[in-house]
Design a binder for this molecule. Structure first.
Ligand SMILES: [Zn+2]
Length: 284
């Protein structure tokens, strides 16, 4: 998987797997005649999507952003997404990228949907255990509270074994405000997809990396009005997206998307008054 040097940081893209998900759910009110030009669907209307995680090595800290789908889905759900029957541990993908998973000392969950925190824990006979034993985990308290409301609209997206054992063991910090989790690495609330989802930026020597997570799940979603049907507040998503994409384009940031199967890193540019994602491939 690709890695880039940015300022004094090294950022590595790590991917647990590719899964297939309904195209209509990904693009909401956008007609299929439009989205299918950018993302062709299979015979069941599914698109290939990635569980994208990122590792920021600051020199002092090794920070993992989101942890993929994990090992808690039953065989039927896995098959429906064309996932292999046996889940691939995220630590394996991290080791394959040349990073020792035991060095990870901070894990950030942008939010607690299963496909962003599934690799937090590993199921064992004795219950769910931390997948990264040396790490302190972070997410927003409001997100965790929402997960426990079990609202019919989105309760299916939350699997408590991904986070409650960590909260109970004092290994997960539920934060109520934006936080600089390590020097230059900022967690900022970015509401819309969920009310408490966080975008993560890592800034070093004037260069900025931004993990946009489900605010912009794929490169096609840089169109501000292309909002997934999952988003709980689509109007808010559009406003939040405009704010972050404008900052990304002005600041010449290197951005990353939660589920794009092809583009690990991208610049956001404005052409003819429209945002566009341009692949960024400065391999080092
Ligand atoms: Zn989500």
């Amino acid at each position: 998987m690709p890695a880039i040097e940015l300022g004094g940081f090294r950022i590595t893209s790590v991917r647990e797997d590719i899964y297939w998900w309904d195209g209509g759910a990904m693009f909401g009110v956008v007609p299929k005649t439009l989205w299918s030009r950018l993302a062709p669907a299979d015979e069941q209307n599914r698109l290939p999507l990635a569980f994208n995680s990122y590792i920021v090595e600051t020199g002092e800290h090794t920070i993992l952003l989101d942890t993929g789908g994990g090992d808690k889905l039953d065989a039927r759900r896995r098959e429906r997404m064309k996932l292999p029957p046996e889940p691939r541990p995220l630590a394996e993908a991290i080791a394959a990228a040349g990073i020792d998973p035991e060095l990870i000392d901070i894990v950030v969950n942008s939010h607690l949907h299963w496909d962003h925190c599934g690799g937090n824990t590993i199921l064992t006979d004795g219950g769910a255990r931390p997948a990264f034993p040396a790490a302190v985990y972070y997410t927003r308290r409001g997100e965790w509270e929402h997960a426990h409301r079990r609202h019919p609209r989105d309760s299916i997206a939350y699997i408590d074994a991904n986070y409650d054992p960590l909260v109970d063991a004092g290994r997960m910090r539920l934060i109520g405000e934006d936080l600089e989790v390590a020097p230059g690495v900022q967690l900022s609330v970015a509401p819309g997809h969920t009310r408490d989802m966080m975008v993560i930026t890592a800034a070093s020597n004037g260069a900025t990396f931004c993990f946009l997570t489900d605010l912009v799940p794929t490169a096609a979603h840089v169109m501000p009005t292309w909002v997934a049907a999952f988003d709980l507040d689509p109007i808010q998503s559009i406003d939040t997206k405009l704010t972050w994409l404008t900052a990304a384009a002005r600041g010449d940031w290197v951005c990353a998307f939660a589920h794009d199967p092809a583009m690990a890193f991208a610049r956001v540019v404005v052409r003819e008054n429209k945002f566009e994602a341009v692949p960024y491939n400065r391999m080092k």
